[in-house]
Design a protein around this ligand. Structure first.
Ligand SMILES: Cc1cc2nc3c(=O)[nH]c(=O)nc-3n(C[C@H](O)[C@H](O)[C@H](O)COP(=O)(O)O)c2cc1C
Length: 233
């Protein structure tokens, strides 16, 4: 229910252990580049450094090639409880690499995402998770969420912000009412089959509880709030 978000330069092993000590139920690795993870032994060792007590752990990958992501996920599979796809990154690096939120911005990109989710969910032993941002229109978000679920997504984290720009990534309050709409849609269409995590607007322990209440989500994910106060959970 209480989840440490993926954070480059933060959700590495030491911070995960600290967060778990203070109540995090589930932790994500920072973003891992799937192609480099497949090709580079040293990168693989460094990015998936784990230890006893560092469980349950989600390996959080970016990429746009189903075959490469499957290879990467298979290498990670013995060490984690799930594999997650970064579908929310708004940074320039995601634009130039065509991954993250940019991959979800066009119908063609979303078709690629669905093919990745189908490939992973049909070949892995561990479940496939997705982390998304809001699309421009709520209807688009809801339809994409239904498609992700049908493709085999087992858990969805929703950062309640739009893509924004590469330099204004987390400005302003998150739109938790849209996260609530996603939760309602998933419950309506799929019962309890795909848990949803709400992400955004959490700066304190009280905010964790109000995000859960406001959205009806199964869990809540925190990044900056957890960095400010690792005991937030
Ligand atoms: C230092 C830092 C690094 C981040 N790295 C990632 C990442 O690797 N992958 C990702 O999907 N989101 C990343 N994010 C975004 C967070 O996971 C989260 O979606 C966002 O910060 C909103 O949550 P918050 O309001 O609790 O901070 C990062 C955020 C921060 C602050």
């Amino acid at each position: 229910r209480l989840v440490l978000a993926p954070m480059v330069g933060a959700s590495e092993l030491p911070f995960r252990l600290l967060s778990r000590k203070y109540g995090a139920d589930l932790c994500y690795t920072p973003m891992i580049y799937s192609a480099r993870f497949v090709e580079d032994d040293a990168y693989r060792q460094a990015e998936l450094r784990t230890a006893p007590g560092d469980a349950p752990l989600v390996a959080h990958f970016c990429g746009n090639c189903p075959a490469t992501l499957l290879k990467a996920a298979r290498l990670a599979e013995p060490h984690v409880c799930a594999v997650d796809l970064n579908l929310g990154c708004p940074q320039r690096v995601a634009h130039s690499g065509n991954f993250g939120s940019y991959l979800c911005a066009t119908a063609e990109g979303r078709a690629t995402v669905l093919s990745i989710v189908r490939t992973l969910s049909s070949h892995l032993r561990v479940p496939v998770f997705c982390k998304i941002r809001l699309l421009d229109e709520l209807d688009e978000t809801l339809s994409f969420v239904r498609q992700l679920r049908d493709a085999g997504c087992a858990l969805l984290a929703v950062h309640g912000r739009y893509r924004g720009s590469a330099t204004r990534r987390r400005d302003g309050p998150a739109h938790l009412e849209q996260v609530a709409a996603v939760v309602a849609e998933v419950k309506r269409a799929a019962g309890e089959q795909m848990p949803v995590l709400s992400n955004g607007n959490v700066r304190s322990a009280a905010d964790l509880l109000s995000a859960l209440a406001a959205t009806g989500a199964d869990g809540v994910m925190s990044a900056e709030g957890a960095l400010d106060d690792p005991a937030i959970f």
